[in-house]
Design a binder for this molecule. Structure first.
Ligand code: CTP
Length: 428
């Protein structure tokens, strides 16, 4: 699977960098063409000479090397590859990638690329477990970055735990897997003909909605859109064609996904209906239940001594219930979310039946959990077969697991977008 693949290996500054000449050799044994980019701190652990000797090519190091800019600019360097592999990926480079910082050749290439990115993190266990690193990891995964490892074990710093870079042979295996057409892998462009969800169309709703009071004011909620965006990215990574319908969020659009930006619940419903037909619908948006019945067309003004305006509310259409309505156009699998603050599973089960969806992902959004706006989520998957309690995971992990379950729900083979597989309750 690696024969003929062009790999740009970015070596950053971790002790595991000393293993990269071996990694290059293993990749080349399998027919890959490897070009190396070495950061300043990476050079403390492996020499450009060693990497140059195994690649048989020059090693790229300096952003401001004019010769490079003439022969091979950083943009071209990052695009003239089938994949960018960052190994080892330090906490620092992950943070820079998450923040979009480009202050050296490695980070500039990573920001400029339009190719898939795979990272093999390596760092001290506490650095790995730090909330900042986990948040950066979730951000990167949500953007479609593939992560290999890290592994658990004794570390160079004397501690034990997750943080060791995956061994070169295992990285090679994971990368071969990444390019394997038989697997649902993100090595392909999203929505391409390989992957278990190839040929399927998924609609995902995400974020809050804004319900206008007047042209400058609105009713909203605290949803960040992180979970919905991560699900869209995870489904695309498994080959689905994804339409993400999102309310106002500060997140970037996930790569490889068609994004429809909307404001209100009415806009969201219209965008979902316009995106139909679909095989899969995942409603992760925190849609406002109510809108202002008659929003003002000009800004409401305070009148001296006057009363505050009374807002009359009207109920919004329930998008999940609409998409779940039985009929020939119904997506074969409709998944809702239940944001609950008490009796989480019982309320979710009732909600599943009330709305007519197949699965409900129930999560506890009481303030103590930090779920709203946070990066972690504890969920329960409620289907007609029962309830699964998933452990506390990042929203990216929840998304990957859910996408995997969705992929298993569908028989492999050609997609049937436009033809619902069945109109009834889904079974695992
Ligand atoms: N939902 C929707 N359209 C709405 C309201 C909710 O599509 N107008 C979807 C959400 O995207 C989610 C599910 O319905 O998948 C449940 O949302 P939640 O806020 O938990 O439930 P509500 O319907 O608002 O019920 P309640 O407020 O009574 O818990």
């Amino acid at each position: 699977m690696l024969a003929g693949k062009k790999i740009l290996l970015i070596v950053t500054g971790g002790i595991a960098a000393y293993k990269t000449p071996d990694l290059v050799r293993r990749l080349k044994e399998r027919g890959a063409a490897v070009r190396c980019l070495l950061t300043k701190s990476g050079e403390q652990f492996v020499t450009p000479l060693a990497l140059g000797a195994v690649t048989g090519d020059r090693v790229y190091q300096d952003l401001f090397d004019l010769t490079d800019e003439q022969e091979m600019g950083h943009i071209q360097l990052s695009r003239d590859a089938d994949v960018l592999l960052v190994a080892p990926a330090t906490a620092n480079v992950m943070a820079k990638m998450a923040a979009g910082i480009s202050d050296d050749l490695a980070t500039t290439a990573l920001l400029a690329t339009d190719k898939p990115v795979v990272i093999a993190p390596a760092m001290n266990v506490r650095m790995w477990q730090h909330a900042a690193t986990q948040a950066n990891l979730a951000t990167l995964k949500a953007r479609g970055v593939t992560v290999i490892g890290p592994e658990e074990g004794d570390m160079a710093c004397g501690e034990f735990g997750p943080g060791r870079m995956t061994e070169p042979l295992d990285i090679v295996k994971a990368l071969a897997d990444f390019f394997s057409p038989a697997r649902g892998n993100p090595g392909r462009a999203a929505g391409s003909p390989a992957g278990p969800l190839a040929g399927r169309h998924a609609i995902v709703t995400s974020g809050p909605t804004h319900e206008p009071i007047d042209p400058v004011r609105y009713i909203a909620n605290r949803s960040s859109g992180k979970q919905g965006h991560a699900i869209a990215a995870a489904l695309a990574a498994l080959g689905a064609r994804v339409t993400l319908v999102t309310g106002p969020v500060v997140l970037p659009d996930p790569a490889g996904v068609t994004v429809r930006h909307v404001e209100s619940a009415a806009d969201m419903l219209a965008a979902c209906e316009a995106a139909m037909p679909a095989d899969i619908a995942v409603c992760a948006a925190a849609v406002a239940d109510w809108r202002v019945a008659r929003s003002a067309t000009s800004k409401l003004k305070k009148e001296a001594g006057g009363r505050p305006p009374a807002l009359e509310l009207a109920e919004n259409a329930d998008i999940l219930a609409r998409l779940s309505r039985p009929g020939p156009g119904r997506p074969a699998l409709v998944v809702g979310f239940a944001a609950e603050t008490e009796k989480v599973v019982a309320n979710a089960e009732a909600k599943r039946l009330r709305k007519g969806c197949d699965w409900i992902v129930a999560n506890d959004v009481s303030p103590a959990t930090g779920t709203f706006g946070g990066d972690m989520n504890t969920v329960h998957l409620v289907t007609h077969e029962g309830v699964e309690d998933w452990p506390l995971q990042s929203k990216a992990q929840v998304a990957e697991r859910l996408a995997g379950r969705i992929a298993r729900h569908f028989p492999t083979g050609a997609g049937r977008t436009g033809k619902a597989l069945d109109g009834g309750q889904a079974a695992e």
